[in-house]
Design a protein around this ligand. Sequence first.
Ligand code: 2PG
Ligand code: MG
Length: 414
Amino acid sequence: MKITSVKSRWILDSRGNPTVEAELQSNGQWFRASVPSGASTGTHEAVELRDGDPAFHGKGVQKATHHVWQLGKKANGKEFKTQAELDSFLIQTDGTPNKRKLGANALLAMSLAGARAFAGKKPLYAHLASTLMRKPALPLPFANVLNGGKHAGTSLKIQEVMIMPTGAKTFREATQMVAETYQTLKKDAVTRFGAPAGNVGDEGGIAPDVPSVRQALDLVWRAVEENGYSQKMALALDCAASEFRDSRTGAYPVDGKILTANELLTHYVELQGQYRFVSIEDPFHEDAFEDFARLRAAFSGKCQVVGDDLLVTNPARIDRAQLSCNALLLKVNQIGTLTESLLAAQKAQSFGWNVMVSHRSGETDDAFISDLATGMACGQIKLGAPARGERTAKYNQLLRIEEDGVPLAKFRLP
Ligand code: 2PG
Ligand code: MG
């Protein structure tokens, strides 16, 4: 893949903040990618470079955009044989361990646009599958239909209540199940709590002002049952516990109580016994390797324990967490290149873990992750609700891919 020209610009993400977009020319064609952005970000993530000047209240990405252009100038006329070669060029040009010089947002825009250039005329998922020597498979969607925490600004401390259509035979059926449940959920929430309960959070899920995750789970499960899907759907949570933990005392003010890590563990075990959720993400704060490990042991065979802020898609942290989790949340912008993301997945899978490719709460209409999860055949993808353009872009791309005859993965616990 020979780069002959590179363009970069800022565009807006789904929260109205600027983000980096790159376009790369190769073989006479242009290939484009844009970068997502988190709100409940882990402190160990690679650096998202923001200008810090008055424009956009500090959130401008002029520097990162300029860095894409500089990288492009340096890469111009160079032939890259593999994605790994392109990404190591990016990593070396930056030269810092956390990509703070050029910005993970600059590097990732180039890395993802580069992947599309490597794919050329082939569908991106098919190109990724063939370089990984896997048969492509559509992932099961984890649909975040009820938003709390930093994505909603309500009393609900737990960030995400998700539904997963485990009994769907096709992605189209899965999407229909998710969409029907979502509409029922919205209607029920409005009936019970009034019109504002139907307003949505950053990921398109409704954001009713419920004080406890029990009430949120009850509401969601009722919508599942009303649609007759109780045998074909499972629940999942992302607690994003770093966001509500009191860093001074180490306690967790959640669900109307102030809990120690031990008490929180008991709370999760009780909740799981009642609601049978099959996946829990970031149940404790981002450095609580031991608390994670105790929960993983308690949930063995019943519920996967997913590391997001704990792992930040970083192979070194995955190594440390070998007994703490059994699923990796894979976010390409946490590490900054596609190659490193794939290495993180490989490491996680070498421990027998599951891998869930994930969007961010700030997204663009770029559906790269849909192709990525399909090409990796990892079986799971975390998406928002089936609402708002930047969320539906991911579902819609998966619906299109299915027309190529790609099968839907089955859910299995690690
Ligand atoms: C998470 C994500 C995505 P954010 O915590 O898993 O749902 O949120 O992008 O804000 O980190
Ligand atoms: Mg998370």
